[in-house]
Design a binder for this molecule. Structure first.
Ligand code: 2IT
Length: 445
């Protein structure tokens, strides 16, 4: 496989799908050497097959708003690869959603899910619907219309969606309700459900908690302690909240959060009632973090800026793809950042990643760092299949164990001769090998 030639052909087939092409190029570039040592992969055209989804559903979602007007959104489900388990991955409801974004997310999900050690394939879906500013009744009608189209393609052993940006417990509840009615079955075909109807304890916290378990291991492996370290976090949603909560419990100091309006710098650290206030800000649904600085005067708000200009030991993007670019990386490196852990999917641009690796900053890619979310979804599937529920402690123990296993795989495949760990390479190779071997064993299908 020659990556440049391969990418030229792929680009000709899918012109303009820039996030998807970016995600594919990153994976193929890092696995190229290993791939070329396995002629059986080339012979079975594993690369050509793994970059194309098994199938994609796109559909129109008509619904009626509170004024009685008809609204039309677009819906998607990308069933990317089910070689190692049923399609698994979240639904994103956000006005920016398009096929390229869902294909990049679905592609990443294949390798992430493989890393979790659990039997889950890769998928992703969503809509350009914006839940912000909508009433509960509107969100419910939209979710029902979405599920009316998709339900026949979902099931606990077929395809198991969950939340992502814009899809939380409320949306999952409405989606589940409609599925259950249409299918006349109560099965674990969605994760992130309410605790009363099959949800798992720790699922809401899992992405952020898992990320910190992983970051602590990255530091330990480099001979450092997370206690006392300063962290810049972006975003202020569910994932950022989990990350800030666990980082603070571990004795680190989180000094930033951000929203579309700018970022907050709190030199005293975001802890205690300030973490609760993040939840309040989110619940007001105005998509702003500025009010934090009015409530806590020791903090400062920087309008229209990103938190990457602050001097910290660890940077943790927790918002969305490509939120940390080359210029941001230059500032972080100049300010002596030691670790970057992506909690958002593909949070860093390729230029930023090159700068981090080139400067020996230890960089953890989203598919390893944020895998605790989907891993706990996998644990929810297991509990549903067994018709039991585990205690918070049991789930948290399993989450710990899974994050350690992911870290181990990154070390195994990503350690360079000089001892530097290229976590991106490690995660991509480890994630890929398992899926590729499964595809080989299953023949040309
Ligand atoms: O990006 C992700 O891994 C998620 N949004 C969670 C997916 C899941 O199935 O729990």
């Amino acid at each position: 496989m020659n990556v440049n030639k391969f990418m030229q052909q792929l680009e000709a087939k899918h012109p303009g799908e820039k996030e998807y092409l970016q995600a594919v190029r990153e994976v193929l570039t890092t696995i190229q050497d290993v791939y070329n040592q396995h002629p059986e992969f080339e012979k079975a055209k594993i690369a050509e097959r793994i970059v194309e989804p098994d199938r994609i559903f796109t559909f129109r979602i008509p619904w009626i708003d509170d004024k009685g007007e008809v609204q039309v959104n677009l819906g998607y489900r990308v069933q990317f690869n089910n070689a190692i388990g049923p399609y698994k991955g979240g639904l994103r409801f956000h006005p920016s959603v398009n096929l390229s974004i869902l294909k990049f997310l679905g592609f990443e999900q294949i390798f992430k899910n493989s890393l979790t050690t659990l039997p889950m394939g890769g998928g992703k879906g969503g809509s350009d619907f914006n839940p912000r500013g909508k009433s509960d009744a509107e969100v419910m009608r939209f979710c029902q219309a979405f599920m009316l189209e998709l339900w026949q393609h979902l099931g606990p052993d077929m395809d198991v969606p969950a939340g992502d940006i814009g899809v939380g417990a409320r949306e999952v509840g409405y989606l589940f309700g409609m599925y259950k009615k249409l299918k006349r079955e109560h099965t674990g075909m969605l994760t992130g459900k309410g605790l009363e109807f099959g949800g798992s304890l720790i699922r809401p916290e899992a992405t952020g908690f898992g990320a910190l378990y992983f970051v602590r291991q990255m530091l330990q492996h480099a001979g450092e302690d997370i206690k006392g370290k300063t962290i810049a976090v972006s975003g202020f949603g569910n994932v950022a909240w989990g990350a800030v909560t666990k980082a603070t419990q571990m004795g680190a100091k989180v000094v930033t959060i951000s929203g579309p309006d700018g970022y907050i710098y709190d030199p005293e650290g975001i802890s205690g009632e300030k973490i609760d206030y993040m939840l309040y800000l989110r619940a007001t649904c105005n998509d702003v973090v500025a009010p934090y600085a009015d409530k806590f005067p020791e903090a400062k708000f920087f309008a229209g800026k990103k938190p990457w200009e602050v001097k910290v030991d660890i940077a943790m993007p927790c918002a969305t793809q490509n939120e940390l670019n080359g210029d941001d990386a230059k500032m972080l490196v100049a300010n002596g950042v030691r670790f970057v852990a992506e909690v958002s999917n593909m949070g860093c641009t390729p230029e930023a990643i090159d700068l981090f690796i080139g400067n020996k900053v230890i960089y953890g890619p989203g598919k390893a760092v944020n895998a605790g979310g989907v891993a706990t979804s996998g644990l929810e599937m297991t509990q549903n299949a067994m018709h039991i529920s585990w205690s918070a402690e049991e789930v948290d123990d399993k989450l710990h164990h899974i994050m350690s296993e992911i870290h181990k795989q990154c070390i195994q495949y990503g350690t360079e001769p000089n001892g530097y760990v290229n976590y991106m390479k490690g995660a991509n190779i480890a994630g890929f090998m398992k899926v590729a071997k499964a595809m080989l064993a299953q023949g040309v299908v």
